[in-house]
Design a protein around this ligand. Structure first.
Ligand code: ZN
Length: 132
């Protein structure tokens, strides 16, 4: 449907919150812990789309591992979909590797799944569907 948000891995949420508030001219509108992922998220509106800052809350978090390997930066691109189950089926048929074929609860009132970067030119792709 559209790019719902771009996820950025950051080391320090308060530093990055103030940096993006200055960049975008607007404060973040929400912070949310996603315990299952070991992250705290912070969301900024950017027109039709959003910026999601991700900070690890423990050293086992995928964000901690990402920053260890690659440093801060773009972590994933999230596409909004209407029917995540149908999209997972379609993309599996197309040969993409789905990291979690059973969608899980993400931040910002969404169910989400990820595609393995191996199958998407090194870019981690998230599909997300609004929970109604
Ligand atoms: Zn995301």
């Amino acid at each position: 449907m559209k790019i719902e948000h771009i996820g950025l891995a950051v080391k320090d949420l308060s530093i990055s919150n103030s940096l993006f508030a200055r960049l975008l001219g607007e404060q973040n509108y929400k912070e949310e812990n996603v315990e299952s992922e070991g992250v705290t998220t912070s969301f900024f509106k950017c027109g039709e789309t959003k910026i999601e800052l991700l900070k690890a809350t423990n050293s086992n978090s995928t964000i901690a591992k990402f920053i260890e390997k690659r440093g801060e930066g773009i972590h994933h691109i999230a596409f909004a979909v209407d029917d995540i189950y149908a999209e997972i089926k379609r993309l599996e048929k197309e040969g993409f590797i789905i990291l979690n074929p059973e969608p899980k609860k993400g931040a910002d009132n969404k169910i989400i799944c990820f595609l393995h970067p191996k199958s998407t030119n090194g870019v981690l792709i998230e599909l997300c569907q609004e929970i109604k």
